[in-house]
Ligand binder design. Structure first.
Ligand code: PMP
Length: 379
């Protein structure tokens, strides 16, 4: 099996970003040096505890959330589950308002809580509207769950305005920042949310780290030894926490320059593709959305066939969200943004990051335009 990914042809950063070498270095050094259990009373345990708390403070500072709490989890899936289940199970008659473009790790609530869930439809273009949130919060609503930025379209929502609507009605706000932290400024959104969840591997930390930034931790999902002040049991992974703090620091250092560069690449990519493939539709906002994330619909085509053909040319792109790849169901987020089933099924997501060069982006746009035109002729 070929093990090395060709980073220049990797266009799936929104599914997982390559780890920063500095983060891997910290992970391996911390694993070797502070391997003791952070809950142990002896000196090596205290060193592991100190490393964990140092990482926690660093992440909170970099997220603009000094003074808040951070509960480490295995990633955003667990974090989202903990917030939603914690609040909903503690309020058995309470209702949840959930935006239609959230990740499946929040959307599971619709199935689990059924008639206690209200779905917030999006504005055309995929925007979660603060006025619409205000109008849908009812007397029984206890929690509103939104994404800071949609993982499929890259549309960034106005979290501060949505938070105001929630605060006015005493409703808790859960914001999934998995695609935002490390990529765009998040301070205002973190400060405005009651629970802000994130995923380390989306910004160059190793897989398996994430958390909930909050004023007060949600009730635990994982029970046992009472770690994380009772909010999340299980021996703390201080090496992953330290690597996550390092990755966030690395991301923060290049956030402004990279977001400008990636938005420039995305605008040029979209302009070029749309001018050559006039029938394709843009599902993203390259100038204001997540830097470097583009979603296109090719009506009448299969996103999976397009991705497969690009894959044979060495390009890694995704269709809809990576977590849903393999399913022939249209992307919920795209349909919520106003696309038809056919348009959503013919979608491709291109997400760029720090290893993406202008040359590789041009090669991909050429390949995509050619594949799409050929597949359309054959369709
Ligand atoms: N939320 C969003 C918006 C995501 O994009 C993802 C990853 N696809 C997740 C949650 C899940 O994150 P994790 O892989 O850390 O469980």
């Amino acid at each position: 099996m070929k093990e090395d990914t060709d980073i220049s042809r990797y266009f799936d950063y929104a599914a997982s970003a390559p780890p920063f070498p500095a983060a891997l270095d910290v992970f391996s050094r911390a694993s070797a040096s502070t391997f003791a259990n952070p809950s142990s009373a002896h000196a090596p345990g205290a060193a592991a505890r100190a490393a964990l708390e140092h990482a926690r403070a660093g992440i909170l500072r970099l997220a603009g959330a000094a003074g808040r709490r951070l509960v480490f989890t295995s990633g955003a899936t667990e974090a989202n589950n903990q917030v939603i289940r914690g609040v909903m199970d503690a309020n058995p008659r309470g209702r949840l308002l959930i935006a239609a473009d959230v990740h499946s790790s929040a959307w599971f609530a619709k199935k689990l809580y059924g008639s206690r869930v209200d779905v917030l439809t999006l504005r055309p273009g995929g925007i979660t509207g603060p006025d619409e949130v205000a109008a849908r919060l009812g007397r029984r609503t206890v929690l509103c769950s939104i994404a800071h930025a949609c993982n499929e379209t890259g549309i960034v929502h106005d979290v501060a305005a949505i938070a105001e609507a929630c605060a006015a009605k005493g409703v808790l706000l859960h914001c999934d920042g998995s695609q935002a932290l490390g990529h765009i400024p998040v301070d205002a959104a973190v400060g405005a949310s009651d629970f802000y969840t994130f995923s380390g591997h989306k910004f160059g930390a190793p897989r398996g780290s994430g958390g909930v930034i909050c004023r007060r931790p949600p009730p635990p999902l994982v029970h046992g030894g009472g770690q994380e002040d009772g909010a999340r049991s299980g021996t703390e992974n201080n090496a992953a926490a330290a690597a996550t703090a390092t990755a966030l620091e690395c991301s923060a250092g290049i956030l402004l320059s990279e977001s400008m560069r990636l938005r420039g690449l995305a605008v040029a990519f979209a302009d070029s593709l749309l001018s050559r493939t006039g029938w394709c539709l843009l599902n993203s906002a390259p100038e204001t959305g997540l830097p470097g994330l583009l979603s296109f619909s090719f009506p009448g085509l299969s996103g999976h066939s397009l991705a497969a053909e690009l894959g044979m040319l060495g390009f890694a792109v995704s269709t809809g969200s990576a977590c849903q790849s393999g399913e022939a169901e249209p992307s919920r987020a795209l349909v919520a943004a106003g696309r038809s089933r056919d348009e959503a099924l013919g979608s491709i997501r291109v997400s760029m990051g720090r290893g993406t060069t202008a040359g590789a982006a041009t090669e991909l746009v050429n390949a995509l335009a050619e594949c799409a035109s050929r597949q359309r002729r054959l369709a």
